[in-house]
Design a binder for this molecule. Sequence first.
Ligand code: MG
Length: 205
Amino acid sequence: MIVGIDFDNTIVCYDGLFHQAAVSRDLIPVETSPAKEAVRDVLRATGRETAWTELQGLVYGHEMQRASPFGGVAAFLKRCGDERVVVNVISHRTRQPFAGPAIDMHDAARQWLNSQHWFSGDDHGLDPQRVYFEETKADKLGRIAATGCDLFIDDLPELLGDPAFPNGVTRLLFDPHATRVGMTEFQRVGSWPEVTDLLFPQGGR
Ligand SMILES: [Mg+2]
């Protein structure tokens, strides 16, 4: 089996980080909910779309080393290594932020992955050669097809529902905050332990 996984907001959890970055720059009141969407909504509602764009550049770039993986990702990758399941990490991420200070956001993402110790030498079976940062959605979809994924996990229904999404690839919608409950087009998964149970249904080996 070959599994494909999105990166931002699927592997990496930014909960709290947008809030912290925005509060520390006096962009939002500290009482704002820590969810990324809440921070975005406050900035948009007050006409500060540019500040939101800059904040994304900061969080996905300079501040990203402070982000955490979603719970259970490491155990999932370890299990894939044990079961000889090939994992591709396939992300659509611009190389430079649209606004704010310049930084190579692909490098920042690779550094973050390195610091998790998930690569094969660390017994988790993730191969650095199978980590792809694409600059466009079309390239991401092309990569999902080219790497022969049997299954792809992503937090964005727009990606999974794209007309160019490759045929024959099972689509899992990662929905950790249960904000897409009404969406029946794709199978929803709420956590990485749930993904692990779904792919390895026997439980213990
Ligand atoms: Mg994502």
